[in-house]
Design a protein around this ligand. Structure first.
Ligand SMILES: [Zn+2]
Length: 441
């Protein structure tokens, strides 16, 4: 009799703790400047990402995720607000980019608007502990990104390497024993130029060149940078891949920690990039200057908690789907202004996945849209806008662009109104000398 009572008591305890399913922890890893095609789980010929590959095998990988912009500030805003660049307007201010020689400020951006729904803020309102480690001044508190974080760090000086970011998170997770779930955003910066991975990753994919270069060898005229030594392309790619492999190895440590702490069953891990990188495929290099696939096709992987395992989803999706997906998963109402879809929603309608923005060193706000695998780009040839189209299913690098009549999808997208009045931030040398070292301006 005694034993039966005890047994019944245990069942009651389990039922009460299971009556309200525990919300999962969320670890969102944003790897800067990581184009999808250079990950082994995206079909790359080099084994750059064994840790991320394992994560993908245990979760769901989206083969066709498009960044809503081509550089850090607007892309982070899209990921964390569920909106397109046209709607949120964060990034280069179209009205204020003609910087005079000798002006005291280097750049002027529209910040993440304080009224925009922001994933960390929403999650904190729903009881999450929030931890964010960001890695460049474009996503600092001045630009609005610290909102909603209990613990927020931004490397406004030299970026921190992936081992530092991972160790910082492990230290934080180890030091708290709260029962509340956590949301952690870790911004890894390693693949961003300069391409300078630590040993042995610096020679993992090729010998060091006689003249070791970690930046594109560029010269400047009055308006734009030009490439003076394209012959070094493979050297840069070798080093870039080394940076990716280094970051991946650090993520391996992070994933081991999550398993060893017994957190794996109730922790969802997201791996995504804010944008990619061009290596002269279309005559340019770096990012922020165009919307070619090399720059906007990014990895997107969700794994752990209730995420289906071993799935490769070929739907065309975007950064702006991430926040609505997380909120839907947690049964939190998705704010109306969010334009993205729940990635696990069974209804799949034909829709436009846009990329857009006003780019530094260019004169006009430009954009591209993808619908059902067909991409249309609007480009400025100096005198007028021309629309080009490519079928990404048969031409994933869009090497064969075809001029087309004006695209209705582009026209419609360009009419999307801003949701908030822009708020500007000006940066000068005192605010961020590190940005110049990273090749900006
Ligand atoms: Zn970036």
């Amino acid at each position: 009799m005694h034993r039966i009572l005890l047994f019944t008591g245990c069942i009651l305890m389990v039922l009460s703790s299971c009556g309200e399913p525990a919300r999962p922890n969320i670890v969102m890893i944003v790897i800067d400047t990581l184009r999808a095609e250079n990950l082994s789980c995206y079909g790359y010929g080099r084994n750059t990402t064994p840790s991320i590959d394992s994560l993908a095998a245990a979760g769901t990988l989206w083969t066709s995720c498009i960044a809503q912009s081509s550089w850090t500030l607007p892309s982070f805003t899209s990921m964390l607000t569920g909106t397109s660049e046209r709607t949120h307007g964060a990034g280069v201010d179209p009205e204020l980019t003609d910087m005079d020689e000798g002006s005291e400020w280097w750049s002027c951006e529209n910040m993440l608007h304080p009224d925009a729904p922001y994933l960390p803020t929403i999650l904190r309102d729903y009881g999450y502990r929030t931890y964010g480690h960001f890695n460049t001044a474009y996503v600092d508190s001045v630009h609005g990104f610290s909102r909603g974080f209990d613990r927020y760090t931004c490397q406004t000086g030299a970026p921190a390497d992936a081992d530092v970011i991972v160790q910082g998170f492990i230290g934080w997770a180890d030091s708290t024993d709260s029962e509340e779930p956590f949301f952690a955003l870790l911004h890894l910066f390693d693949p961003h130029a300069p391409y300078d991975p630590p040993s042995p990753y610096d020679t993992l994919f090729g010998p060091l060149a006689e003249e070791h270069r970690t930046f594109w060898d560029v010269s400047r005229d009055s308006t734009r940078r030009s490439i003076s030594d394209p012959g070094n392309r493979q050297h840069y790619i070798d080093l870039y891949d080394g940076e990716i492999a280094f970051a991946d190895a650090q993520l391996g440590r992070l994933f081991s920690f999550i398993r060893s702490e017994g957190l794996a069953g109730n922790t969802m891990i997201i791996v995504v990039a804010d944008h990619g990188e061009e290596f002269l495929e279309h005559g340019g290099f770096g990012h922020g200057h165009a919307f070619y696939q090399q720059i906007v096709h990014v990895p997107l992987i969700l794994s752990g908690a209730s995420i289906p395992a071993g799935v490769r989803d070929t739907a065309w999706v975007g950064h702006f789907d991430i926040a609505p997906t997380i909120l839907a998963m947690l049964d939190i109402e998705v704010p109306e202004v969010m334009e993205g879809n729940d990635l696990f929603s069974p209804s799949r309608v034909s829709r436009v996945i846009p990329s857009s923005g006003k780019l530094y060193m260019e004169n006009d706000w430009i954009c591209s849209v993808v619908r059902d695998g067909v991409k249309t780009l609007r480009m400025d040839d100096g005198t007028r806008f021309i629309d080009f189209s490519a079928n990404l299913v048969t031409d994933p690098g869009e090497m064969e662009l075809e001029e087309v009549e004006n695209s209705g999808d582009l026209d419609n997208y360009m009419l999307t109104p801003r949701a908030w009045e822009p708020m500007q931030v000006r940066m000068d040398e005192s605010l961020s000398p590190a940005l110049r070292d990273l090749g900006y301006f």
